[in-house]
Design a protein around this ligand. Structure first.
Ligand code: BDR
Ligand code: CA
Length: 326
């Protein structure tokens, strides 16, 4: 079975990604590591526990990692994710859950050196950059590294050119991309070009509530704030759910397609956090990234809905086919 560490900053869409991952029999989520991003790290830890409690999976260990970016000042995204980081659902705190003494990075190091482990990174890359500093051989032994972050042709969501996860800690993102380049390895970049295609609409949500009232209500609770934010800022009906797409791609590599290219992350100036993708090979450099640009929405939604709602594919097709193609 594929061992996976989910490195994340929950976060509304991170939570949906965790729900998908833990309902997927092909992978063994050996731990969840938290990084400061959408939520400060302590809040992200508590939110991961809230999601695990809902899923009845408090057995999955959670570790806390970097509380700030490598060089810049920390900027959370609670304006997008709500003051509690979970859409102002104000779910009760899970009692008796303390942050373990072992840090996220130590946990990553030990697991990666012990066996074949992949990492699905759904937040800023600060923990992975710290892993490069402290245990480079562990970092280089990551089996598959899938990261939600960056953008190629799509505009940014924090500036005209930058996506939040890489914009928040561009120095860590740069170190990760550069280290992969130096070691002839690749990151799989699930950026805004593809995640913007995944919009949870009010119609899909309503049907989800009918299909599985408990999970549907829970998802409604944590996403309504996100819906309002998307309407106010982007005039989108519904919300873009970025992070589950990275998990889905890990599970089924046919969901996304794209091309390989040398890619570097900008760390200063007006284009801070931008992923500069050398799609035309101007630099004649070996590629260090797989840049995804196309998504099979139907396959994503069928995977997400059948697994998260625990429904049969036939039922899913009958009830959701018309909704997901819109
Ligand atoms: C990314 O930033 C966060 O707001 C989301 O959780 C996602 O990981 C999208 O830019
Ligand atoms: Ca995230």
């Amino acid at each position: 079975m594929n061992k996976v560490i989910i490195d994340c900053d929950p976060g509304i869409d991170d939570s949906l990604a965790i729900m998908l991952a833990l309902n997927s029999p092909e992978i063994d989520v050996i731990g969840i590591t938290i990084v400061a991003g959408n939520s400060p790290v302590e809040l992200g830890f508590k939110n991961a526990k809230r999601i695990l409690k809902f899923l009845g999976r408090l057995d999955v260990p959670v570790y806390a990692g970097a509380s700030a970016p490598r060089k810049r000042e920390y900027v959370n995204a609670l304006d997008t994710h709500g003051s509690d980081g979970l859409g102002e659902s104000f779910l009760p705190e899970v009692e008796g859950q303390k942050i373990p003494e072992k840090s996220a990075v130590k946990f990553m190091e030990e697991s990666l050196l012990q066996s074949d482990v992949s990492v699905i990174a759904l937040g800023p890359l600060s923990n992975l950059a710290e892993l490069i500093d402290k245990a480079p051989s562990a970092f280089l032994s990551i089996k598959r590294l899938v990261s939600m972050g960056g953008n190629f042709r799509s505009h940014g969501n924090c500036s005209p050119v930058a996506e939040y996860n890489y914009w928040e800690d561009p120095d860590s993102a740069k170190l990760v991309f550069d280290t992969l380049y130096e070691n002839h390895k690749k990151i799989e970049m699930v950026g805004l070009d593809v995640t913007r295609e995944i919009v949870l609409t009010p119609e899909i949500l309503a049907e989800m509530k009918r299909a599985n009232p408990i999970t549907g209500d829970f998802i409604e609770k944590i996403t309504s704030f996100y819906f309002k934010f998307h309407w106010e800022w982007e005039h989108i009906r519904g919300c873009v759910i970025n992070d589950p797409l990275a998990v889905a791609q890990f599970l089924n590599p046919d969901i996304l397609s794209g091309f390989e290219a040398f890619t570097e992350v900008e760390t200063g100036g007006i284009s801070l956090g931008q992923t500069v993708v050398d799609s035309m090979s101007f630099y004649r450099k070996e590629s260090n990234a797989l840049i995804y640009t196309k998504v099979d929405k139907a396959v994503f939604w069928e995977m997400f809905l059948t697994r998260v709602l625990n429904i049969e594919p036939e039922y899913c097709k009958a009830k959701f086919s018309n909704l997901i193609l819109r």
